[in-house]
Design a protein around this ligand. Sequence first.
Ligand code: 4AD
Ligand code: MG
Length: 459
Amino acid sequence: MRISELLKSTAYNTEVVVKGWVRTKRGNKNVAFIALNDGSCVANIQIVVDLQKIAEEQLKSVTTGACIAVTGTLVESLGAGQGVEVQATSIEVYGTADPETYPLQKKGHSLEFLRDIAYLRPRTNTFGAVLRIRHAMAYAIHKFFNDKGFYYFHTPLITASDCEGAGAMFQVTTMDMNNLPKGEDGAIDYNQDFFGKPCSLTVSGQLEGELGALSLGQIYTFGPTFRAENSNTPRHLAEFWMIEPEMAFYELEDNMNLAEEFLKYLIRYALENCREDLEFMNKMWDKELIERLNFVLENDFVRLDYTEGIRILQESGRKFEFPCHWGCDLQSEHERYLVEEHFKRPVILINYPKEIKAFYMKQNEDGKTVRAMDVLFPKIGEIIGGSEREADYGKLRARIEELQIPEKDMWWYLDTRRWGSAPHSGFGLGFERLLLFVTGMGNIRDVIPFPRTPKNAEF
Ligand code: 4AD
Ligand code: MG
């Protein structure tokens, strides 16, 4: 039986079999207590071993980290803080863990230390809790969209187009780096590469997602995305997961409503379904976590024009590391000032200058701004980026030309505006940014099992 179920069971005096990894073993010459964990919940089950029934010799290899199967009787526990325990009748050791070398011998390792042994850290209470919450959030995302009639749409990971235009893409090739085929002009001959042209890992599934929305009506993607930006921050990964809904007939206002409803749904889902893990995270890492989650649920998000946001920042009297002016891209310090200090609530900032946003956003009448929206959260800054899309063929084409984006990469995307174009909108939620918020962790490397960051792809 899984320990999470066993701990709730009242089938006293029945025989049970539990399998898991030893967290601790203690005791005296008459009795040993083993705390066993199988990953199903943060709590361990206590195994009581009567040393008159099971020889102490046999317990020698039952050390922290070892994997064992215990057969025994489920009994009501007399100890405080636990309902049941198992009185062992036999123990089988599946895998030993030499105490001299097992890295998780002691409790209370730092998160930095655990990052260096990322392949083992799911064995700790903290990462057990984070990864269970991660699973629950992934499930809730699919449930939210399924219940609303959205279709899960699979966009390619290998692509020839650069959606965000930031140029931070990982190239995909099968060519021999030490012997690149060259054409007569000396340039690399991509005709000889696997796809016959330069290709990369995608930074976003949006462009293909738009094709889904303009046929199925409402779709979402949920998959890995890759960005080669060399930013070593607590909020950036080179490989992260993104959820990108895209909706035909949605204008910016509808897009904002969906984003707010979506985030609140996910937070409520976590509070209702991940209670024990959240309480653990609250106790160990972030004393205001549950309070903050409830606060976001209970308050409307502020909706604010970029222009107004800049005015507030300039009038704040605050000395920012990067001073801001109309036209500047907001830094995390600006976003957090608006959210944490000025409004003290999540903020949806809209109508950004077109120069700092991607080519596909719908242009406003003023000729200067686009119908962009960023959702800004306490502690995180930007958690969602999205927009209404430019649906007009002529305007989109002009913008692509203005930015000198090669039309040979974008012709198929432009074609969506030639036949049956429609107003439509969408956004992207960074899955790990959501998890930072929901788990209370401070570093994005600690909410994904195997983080990919500059100079780090060991395991
Ligand atoms: O704002 P971004 O770049 O938007 C897009 O990619 C659009 N195509 C989305 C859309 O409209 N469909 O990225 C969206 C979100 C950000 O708000 C952030 O939460 C997350 O993705 N994100 C990252 N998360 C972790 N590491 C990185 N390097 C990230 N870059 C963006
Ligand atoms: Mg963005």
